[in-house]
Design a protein. Structure first.
Length: 354
């Protein structure tokens, strides 16, 4: 079986690492990677391949930066001849980024079977680009691999035949469990002069959070208040750094971290504030309190089984939630079903069976 895995953004690479590691154990599977170039700088793309022991992409399309619609169009245009050349038995797309949708659209037009890893997640917020990507990709996919039970239920309600859907677990957690011991040897806390359980971590990247100057300023002002109680460490993408103002005073802004360093930083934090879906999942398994700076989540299992709370972005709510976390003992978490490091094996078992 020949697979073409279409990826392009940091969360894709983390999930791809689990799939390719499992493919390497199976002589009947030949996996090829197509990197769209959605994330193209070394800090986000190249170095991550090295950390996660990923082989270099078989094809790099080099699409790079562009307005969203132009970027999507360029990806589809470049993916057409790439997929024809690879002639895969199945095109595998992961997650919900622009590269995910581009891979599904290109494969569909070429009549190639599509497998969507992390299918069925829904925020029910049509203004989120990722929500549009998820829904369209699921509509095109022949095989839909879900990471949690809510995703299976969402697909059932949308009329997807049950034989096309499988609950397999979470490939991002496969990678976390594989590299957790190595991340524990990271010296990031020493470099940043931090003590375990004596700092908070902040991540922000969604346009709905960082592109509105007034909203971002109010949010950071509330979080800056927390920094008077303990350090708040913010690994900020350059795009976000350019939007920071005096409201971020007291928040310790640093350059983006590699996968292992960031995993170590999360694992030793008192709590994490984020608008990232992947961080909600990682903190659930790590048992670290997570405050999600959004009005809803497409990963409800991180709330029902994990340590996540969805608190929105109102400054008063954020400040109050931070105080509650600091006053409470560390919560216990129950790992969601099938988040056991074997999701990639279940996916490939099903693909091999046809």
């Amino acid at each position: 079986m020949r697979l073409a895995c279409v990826v392009g953004a940091r969360p894709n690479f983390v999930k791809l690492a689990a799939l390719l590691a499992e493919c390497a154990r199976r002589p009947r599977i030949e996996a090829r990677t197509v990197h769209t170039g959605q994330h193209y700088d070394r800090a986000i793309s190249g170095a991550l391949f090295e950390e996660l022991e990923l082989p270099p992409p078989d094809l790099h399309l080099g699409v790079g930066a562009a307005p969203p619609l132009a970027q999507l169009g360029r990806m589809i245009e470049a993916l057409g001849p790439a997929l024809v050349a690879l002639a895969p038995d199945c095109v595998v797309v992961v997650g919900d980024v622009t590269s995910t949708l581009a891979g599904a659209l290109a494969a569909s037009r070429l009549g190639l079977p599509i497998a969507h890893v992390e299918a069925g997640l829904r925020s029910f917020d049509p203004t989120m680009p990722e929500e549009v990507n998820r829904r369209l990709t699921d509509a095109l996919a022949d095989r839909l691999f879900a990471s949690e039970e809510s995703a299976v239920e969402n697909l059932r309600r949308e009329g997807v035949p049950s034989e096309r859907v499988a609950l397999v677990g979470n490939v991002m957690i496969d990678t976390l469990l594989r590299f957790e011991a190595r991340a524990a040897r990271s010296g990031v806390l020493d470099r940043l002069e931090l003590e375990p359980q004596a700092y908070a971590v902040l991540t922000l990247h969604r346009p709905s959070t960082v592109d509105d100057p007034a909203r971002l300023e109010a949010l950071l002002g509330a979080i800056a208040g927390v920094s008077r109680r303990l350090p708040v460490v913010f690994p900020a993408h350059p795009r976000t750094r350019g939007r920071l103002h005096e409201s971020a005073s007291g928040i310790r802004t640093i350059e983006p971290l590699g996968y292992l360093d960031f995993l170590r930083l999360q694992s030793q934090a008192r709590f994490v504030l984020t608008d990232s879906g992947g961080v909600q999942e990682e903190t659930t398994v790590l048992g670290i309190p997570c405050l999600t700076l959004r009005d809803r989540t497409e990963r409800p299992v991180t709330v029902t089984h994990g340590t996540n709370r969805v608190i929105g972005t109102h400054p008063l709510a954020v400040a109050a939630a931070c105080e509650e976390v600091l006053a409470a003992p560390r919560p216990s978490a129950v790992r969601p079903p099938l988040w056991d490091g074997c999701a990639a094996a279940r996916i490939l078992d099903r693909l091999e069976r046809g």
